[in-house]
Design a protein around this ligand. Structure first.
Ligand code: CO
Length: 151
């Protein structure tokens, strides 16, 4: 089911999200709905607070594939990249953000099994953007030169 994407100004986007403790059917429904919502919006990533659920769960859909990261955490971050970024919770805007160029994270899948992953380039950028959402940070907090997107 497609869920409504919360927009900037809503308090849920500014919360520190709680860890997922129950890897159950409710989590599966949340993730399935987030995937459907992200595909519908043609985005690269979505965090649970963006659909009004303050839990530490994000999804990323990039060239490398579709990923679900539950209770993700950085192991390390390396290098630097600067480029344009947008957010489904900040409709019609984009800004330039500097991020690490390469990151390693640990995370759980929807079954609760723990994994690690190294990402670089845009994939790393998407992960950093989504993980920020779990701590109430929106890219506009870090961006320079925020402007209206031209259609
Ligand atoms: Co975002």
């Amino acid at each position: 089911m497609i869920r409504k994407i919360v927009q900037i100004g809503d308090e849920v986007l500014r919360q520190k999200c709680e860890p997922v403790t129950r890897f159950d059917g409710e989590l599966c429904t949340l993730l399935d709905d987030m995937k459907e919502t992200l595909r519908d919006a043609r985005g690269a990533g979505l965090a649970a607070p963006q659909v009004g659920v303050p839990l530490r769960a994000v999804i990323v859909d990039v060239d490398e594939g579709y990923f679900e990261f539950i209770n993700p955490a950085f192991v390390w971050q390396k290098g630097e990249q600067t480029g344009p970024e947008g957010c489904l919770s900040v409709v019609g805007k984009s800004g330039i953000v500097t991020r690490p160029n390469k990151v390693k994270i640990v995370y759980s899948d929807r079954k609760g099994d723990r994994y690690s992953l190294v990402a670089r380039g845009f994939f790393a950028r998407a992960i950093c953007h989504e993980l920020d959402h779990l701590d109430g940070v929106i890219y506009t907090d870090k961006a320079v030169d925020i402007r209206d997107e031209e259609d």
